[in-house]
Design a protein around this ligand. Sequence first.
Ligand code: AMP
Length: 284
Amino acid sequence: MILLKRANALREYLSGKQANGNTIGFVPTMGALHQGHISLIQAARKGNSITVCSIFVNPTQFNDPSDFQRYPVTLEKDIQLLEKEGVDILFLPYVDEIYPDGLKNLPSYDLGYLETILEGKYRPGHFQGVCQVMHRLLTLVTCDDLYMGQKDYQQCMVVSKLLQLTGIKTRLHTCPTLREPDGLAMSSRNMRLSPETRHQAVCISTALQTIKNHIKPGDTAHHCREAEQFLQENGFKVDYVAIADAAELRLISQWDGNLPLVALAAAYLNDVRLIDNMLIPTVQ
Ligand code: AMP
């Protein structure tokens, strides 16, 4: 694996490879890697001749500065994992390689209603930061295929919108969420849970699974209220539990049984914010 820190070096290396007919699969991450990230690497390796992974804890997507300060960093372990998985290039940029003109006056993106609901509503500015870093990374990596996790469902929709807005031709692959044996979605933030809160954390996937198991055509709002109550009873401070149509992420409160849905939740255990979602198939 080649480790590159400079944008110019990355461009030079990849343009040579692309000129020789190689295809590039790209997995952007913020490090503190787990099996969920590795599943994206494996998908990229399967679909492309060159696999690029980036580790960059992007300051512009943290609406809460203390969340940024506390974000876990496990670089040595990450490098070993990526090497073992056969990643070709690890891009590990400094902040000024991603934002050469500084962090002020960065571009803004018209994300429409996607920015006003769910994560957009509870983390103001977060998706602008995601677009700023992804636009720059995609310009540098010029990948054929981009691999991201369904775990961050709304983020995948935002990146799909970014591709549309910028005309960047990469294909976005949304890969399934990997879970711990008890059902908790894998996340770098899980490292920050105490043994006690780790035990409680599973309730977030239990709540979504309950919605998935019990939802019927008709009113859906009561499922969200019940899930919210269940989470509160188990020590969570809830940002939202919501049900939306899976294709457009429009929030719904009535269901015809035919529209494919997604149930989504975000909630805090102490100062650790967890998110998760589950797709709900249509009634057969
Ligand atoms: P992050 O390092 O949290 O920014 O995540 C990097 C990529 O890994 C994003 O596309 C995430 O959606 C994806 N990811 C995070 N957790 C999981 C998971 N449990 N399963 C699959 N992909 C994941």
